[in-house]
Design a protein around this ligand. Structure first.
Ligand SMILES: [Zn+2]
Length: 390
């Protein structure tokens, strides 16, 4: 099955340039990229009329079962949450996202969905998932997480997630904004507890990430050998130095505090969450800027599902990154090739190159000229098929 996408402006996210080109796709794989490709016989042609083609975007921090509107009642049953999650998957597709990582959902719904998407039963972005997050008793995320105390129980909890089919293990190194009664700066799981989890994950070829706003918690997680820091609100030179030495990733999720403060208590966000966000907001943006400048590997994630942080909101993260000083190309790089590297899929995704999967995000105007254009996705292509069209 061949398809020719004609008259595109194709973005090369590695060499940071835009070239006018056609893209020939064969059986879901990019077969040729270049100017004036002659259409083979019986090929289906899609005229892009000068639209800009990016590699399909990644969102590496979502909670697919979560409802971002705090005024709406969240579904409580597995069936209700699954319906909501399938709807959320369509929202991701509609914003050019063809790959997501779920870092904490209820009752293994994310694992079922990953498999349903992979087998074609459900339309959605490709997924990597973590099942239930592992937290200490009463710690951040305990309502849907797996509570575990002590290295042995944490090891068992990690094995349970791996048995269920998790690609990642998500742990809670510190408290957080959205759980009542815990503070973002306070450390939670210990180095020993996290080290046991990391060891189990790595033995099975899985990776680990941690919710880690607070400085001591970040350092504890790094000591335990964590692969990816989420949020990283209180990074200092020492933590950044360790991340560089260990090759750890940062997924800053700038959208999370931004939208909590934008809509606030008037929008129905709990008072405790607004109060905590007011304290951490400026540190969060400063930490990201410092880490990015120092050369820490950064990928894109929004924390979709937190208040007013919607599942079609991946463009918002890139807009906030540019407001933090990145060029549009640098921001786009975090959501494409960098995120593909974090997911370990850079050999098949993350750039538009011959031999890679035909996952595209297509925009009416060029987001490399003005990042705001990334909020206007016209078409999303996955494995050469149009999975969303405006
Ligand atoms: Zn999160």
């Amino acid at each position: 099955m061949k398809k020719l996408f004609k008259n595109g402006k194709v973005v090369d996210v590695v060499n940071k340039k835009v070239v006018e080109a056609d893209i020939l796709v064969e059986d879901g794989i990019i077969a040729a990229v270049g100017k004036d490709i002659e259409a083979p016989k019986n090929v289906k042609t899609v005229d892009l009329k000068g639209s800009t083609v990016l590699p399909g975007l990644f969102n590496c921090h979502v909670h697919i079962t979560s409802e971002p509107d705090p005024r709406k009642e969240s579904p409580k049953t597995d069936a209700g949450m699954t319906i909501q999650a399938i709807n959320n998957l369509q929202l991701h597709l509609s914003s050019g996202v063809t790959y997501i990582r779920d870092v904490g959902s209820a009752n293994f719904i994310d694992i079922e969905l990953r498999d349903a998407v992979a087998s074609g039963k459900v339309n959605g972005p490709d997924m990597q998932v973590s099942g239930r997050c592992i937290c200490m008793t009463g710690g951040h995320g305990w309502a849907t997480g797996r509570q575990a105390d002590g290295a042995d129980e944490c090891r068992k909890a990690a094995r349970e997630m791996l048995r269920a089919g998790a690609d990642w293990i998500k742990v809670m190194a510190t408290g957080g904004v959205m759980t009542k009664g815990v503070e973002p700066g306070a450390e939670q799981l210990t180095v020993e507890e996290m080290a046991a989890i990391v060891e189990e994950a790595h033995k099975k070829g899985a990776l680990t990430c941690t919710h880690a706003p607070g400085n001591t918690g970040i350092k504890n997680a790094l000591k335990a050998g964590i692969d990816c820091i989420e949020h990283g609100i209180y990074l200092d030179d020492e933590a950044i130095g360790t991340m560089l030495a260990q090759g750890s990733w940062l997924v800053p999720t700038l959208c999370a505090p931004h939208f909590i403060l934008k809509y606030g208590i008037a929008g129905g966000v709990p008072e405790y969450a607004v109060r905590k966000t007011e304290i951490v907001h400026d540190h969060h943006f400063a930490s990201f800027q410092k880490a990015y400048k120092a050369g820490v590997k950064c990928a894109c994630g929004t924390d979709a599902g937190t208040p007013y942080n919607p599942h079609n909101g991946t463009p918002n993260e890139l807009i906030l990154m540019v407001k933090s000083g990145l060029t549009p190309f640098e921001a786009i790089e975090t959501a494409t090739i960098n995120s593909a590297k974090l997911m370990g899929v850079e050999s098949s995704l993350g750039t538009i190159e011959v031999g890679k999967k035909a996952h595209f995000a297509i925009f009416r105007k060029d987001p490399t000229e003005d990042i705001q254009n990334i909020a206007d996705c016209q078409m999303t292509v996955k494995n050469g098929e149009i999975v969303y069209k405006k």
